[in-house]
Design a protein. Sequence first.
Length: 195
Amino acid sequence: MRLLRIVPDDTKFDFMRFRRISSPVSALLSIAAILLYFFHGLNFGIDFVGGTLMEVQAKAGPADLAKMRSTIGGLHLGDFQLQQFGAPNDVLIRISQQPGGDAAQQEAVQKVRKALGEDVDYRRVEVVGPSVSTELLSYGTIGLVLAIGAILILILIVLSLEAVTLAETKCLAQRSGDAEVARPLRDHAVRVKLG
């Protein structure tokens, strides 16, 4: 029975042809990312730094995001985001944390309610405090470290299997004294090791 060959056996890709260009570009981008992390920092959303999340629904047809954006921008509440989701009349409003604690957050909610008036229906209002944000950041960091650790363990296992396979191949080649004999033995060892 003939096996399906998607890529022919004699296919060769010259991946290393562009190494003199791609290696410096990759190194520069990595250095730039590290420098931006230390000098600019990360841009955390309200889930990490705290703030107010309001879900509103326009009563008369699709929501006018431009009008809402100019109305909320006139309140001078700092950074805010508007996002349309679901139906065309559903809008998610995110307002950054206000200085002054929970009282300032509630005051910002009242300002937005007063500015938008009765044109919208307020479906949900949540205030995310900085303590919840700190907990979310720490759990996210722990998850990231565990994922990187799992990837490193996987790489270690794969490389140790490859080293064992190459050692077996070398041993078999030395016993046979012929490199052509060792090649099918090595291929068999790879199939046995990888399953």
